[in-house]
Design a protein around this ligand. Sequence first.
Ligand code: PLP
Length: 392
Amino acid sequence: MAIDLAARLAPGLAERRQRHLYRSRRVIDGAQDVELQCDGKPLLSFCSNDYLGLANHPALIQAMQQGAQRYGVGSGSSHLISGHSQPHHALEEALAEFTQRPRALLFSSGYMANLGVISALAAKQDTVHEDRINHASLIDAARLSESTLRRYPHNDVDVLAKRLNKQDDGHPFIVTDGVFSMDGDIAPLQQIATVATQHAATLMVDDAHGIGVIGKNGRGSVEQCQLSLHDVPILVGTLGKAFGTFGAFVTGSDELIETLIQHARSYIYTTALPPAVAHATLTSLKLIETEHWRREQLQTLVKRFRKGAEQLGLNIMPSTTPIQPLLVGSSDEALRISEQLQQRGILISAIRPPTIPAGTARLRITFSANHSEQHIDRLLAALESVIKHDAA
Ligand SMILES: *Cc1c(COP(=O)(O)O)cnc(C)c1O
């Protein structure tokens, strides 16, 4: 007799809970911002990806309302049928100009952009070389394509070069996060680009956490590392992080974009994002381009935090970006610290395997331009009390 589904699933859930790996969600009451309401209690949040503090910006809210008035709510269909509307098109043109590249193509999320790009471009005989700690969507994308996935040790350009030396028939791709989502460090893109050129490999950079945040003009890790379209022919950015809205884009040559329109299945077979979201994103792009103070504020916060954390002897990871992980080690310890911080009114989630390698559970602390220096001091004081309490 067939056992029912719930009975089959229960032991796996129990085991996950027992290993302190169980995930559960918090319900946030109001708007996304650094000061949140959760279960009726105020929390100071250090875990969103709303780096520039735009998710709840009045100008974006207004643009979203105006977009809904003009274009309605749903896009009605995929881009290739009747869902590609004027604000989508205008946003693609604006994103191409912003990134100083010929074309841009909107996707409904970053996850889907990565799936679409890699599965459309990498053929069966090809090899996709990925950094070991690349975002899950990049790993999944290579698995979805029929190509061979090879993961090189984190940022290890020498190993990457050696593997490329042994290339066989297919075309080699190199795929890396620009800013690593769980570590906050920046890939050595200049060296990787050099290796890519030497081996005629195609470099793809997923700059979900860099675009809008780093580089003098917010053009991301590619700007920071002074790389051209020739060096990085495929650049992916997301709109749900620094842009404060939703969706993602790929930028590159006209030929790249046209190929994706023809072949990227996660582009073709899905509903276009709501046009009002594209309309609102045009406003966030303007703020990203004009309000340099947001990036400067982030740098101020990072410096203040790192100085304070070093004085407290906290085990922070080497990062210059607004992702400042505090390495803890065990999952139960990370959970306990996260819970104690929450009791003190501070929200930071514990990041545990399999999101990150076993034994490297951490608190992923992130900053927003809406944080003040006083917020950082509150965070440091809370960390001090929780970690001291620990040692006692
Ligand atoms: C968040 C993230 C994605 C996924 O983007 P979504 O728009 O949230 O689907 C892809 N790559 C990286 C590196 C990310 O951090």
